[in-house]
Write a protein that binds this ligand. Structure first.
Ligand code: ATP
Ligand code: MG
Length: 257
C-alpha cells in the first residue's frame, strides 16, 4: 500500500509520516518513507537517521539530465522498482525502516521543482511493494503535487488538518483533487487540536464537506519539545492515537480493495 500524507504547510505532515512509520514498523511492516518535499530537509532526523540519503535525483544524473529526459515516456530506465534493487547510498535502512529522498532545492536560481515532481511520480508509479511492505510519502505542502501527477499511483491519501480555516480549505481542495483522479481512500487527520470542543468543530466542518475524519491528534507538548532537536517522541498521546489511525487505515483500505 502506498499512503501519501498531504496538507497545508506546517500542519504536521512530516511529524505524522514519522509517527506512522514507527507504528508500521512496530506492526511488522518493512516501511519505506519517500521524502517528496523539495523544501524541508529534516525528515531523516525525525526518523532517527544521522544523515540524509543521496537524493534519487542524483541517480538519474541530476536535474539537468532529468530535464532533458522529461519529454520522454520514461525518465527511469527500470520498468519496475523494488526496494531491494535501490542502491544503498540512495536508500537508508535501519531495522526494516527505509528512507529515500527525491531531491531538494538547495541553490538560488537553480530552476523550478518540476523535475522533482516528475521523478516522484515516476518512482511511485514503478515502485512495486511486497505484501509485508508499506510506503509512506511525505508530500510537499499544498496541492501542486496533484498538478504534477505525483499522486496518480497512491492508494490512500491522508490530509493533515490543523485548526485554522485555511487548513480546512486546503483539505477540501486535496479531497476534490484526489477523488477526481479516482483515489477512493481519502481521509483527514485532525492535528494539533487544543481541546475536545475544537476537535468537534473541526470534525463538523470536515464532515459538512464530505471529508471522512480517520483520527484526531491533540496538541502534544512532547512532540513540540522533541521538534526543538529535530526528532519525534518515542511514546506519548500522539503515538497511542497513531496506533488506532494506522489500524483504521489498514482495515478500511482492505475493505474497499
Ligand atoms: N500534534 C502535535 N502537537 C504539537 N506539535 C505538533 C504536532 N504535530 C506537529 N507539531 C509541530 O508542528 C510543527 C510543524 O510540524 P511538521 O514539520 O511535521 O509540519 P509539516 O506539515 O511537515 O510542515 P511543512 O509543510 O513545512 O513540511 C513542528 O514544530 C512539529 O513539532
Ligand atoms: Mg514537512
Amino acid at each position: 500500500m502506498k499512503i501519501s500524507v498531504c496538507g497545508k504547510g506546517g500542519s504536521g505532515k512530516s511529524t505524522i509520516v514519522a509517527l506512522l512509520a514507527n507504528e508500521a514498523l512496530r506492526r511488522g511492516y518493512r516501511t519505506l518513507v519517500v521524502d517528496s518535499d523539495e523544501s524541508n530537509t529534516g525528515l531523516f532526523r525525525m526518523l532517527g537517521f544521522e544523515f540524509p540519503p543521496v537524493p534519487l535525483m542524483e541517480l538519474v544524473g541530476g536535474k539537468k539530465s532529468l530535464k532533458r529526459k522529461m519529454g520522454q515516456p520514461s525518465v527511469l530506465n527500470e520498468a519496475r522498482i523494488v526496494t531491494a534493487h535501490i542502491p544503498e547510498q540512495y536508500l537508508l535502512q535501519r531495522d526494516g525502516l527505509m528512507l529515500v529522498s527525491i531531491g531538494k532545492i538547495l541553490q538560488s536560481l537553480e530552476g523550478c521543482a518540476c523535475p522533482m515532481g516528475v521523478l516522484s511520480r515516476e518512482f511511485l508509479k514503478k515502485l512495486i511493494l511486497g505484501t509485508d511492505e508499506l510506503a509512506i510519502v511525505d508530500m510537499e505542502a499544498g496541492v501542486e503535487h496533484f498538478g504534477r501527477g505525483v499522486d496518480t499511483s497512491i492508494d490512500s491519501v491522508l490530509i493533515v488538518v490543523e485548526p485554522p480555516l485555511e487548513s480546512v480549505n486546503v483539505a477540501q481542495r486535496i479531497h476534490n483533487l484526489a477523488s477526481g483522479i479516482g483515489i477512493r481512500n481519502v481521509w483527514a487527520i485532525i492535528n494539533k487540536v487544543p481541546s475536545g470542543e475544537i476537535a468537534t468543530r473541526l470534525k463538523g466542518e470536515l464532515q459538512e464537506r464530505h471529508i471522512e475524519v480517520i483520527g484526531c491528534i491533540y496538541f502534544d507538548a512532547d512532540i513540540f519539545m522533541s521538534s526543538l532537536e529535530g526528532g519525534i517522541p518515542a511514546k506519548g498521546v500522539a503515538m497511542r492515537e497513531i496506533k488506532y489511525i494506522l489500524e483504521r487505515i489498514l482495515s478500511k483500505a482492505e475493505l474497499r480493495a
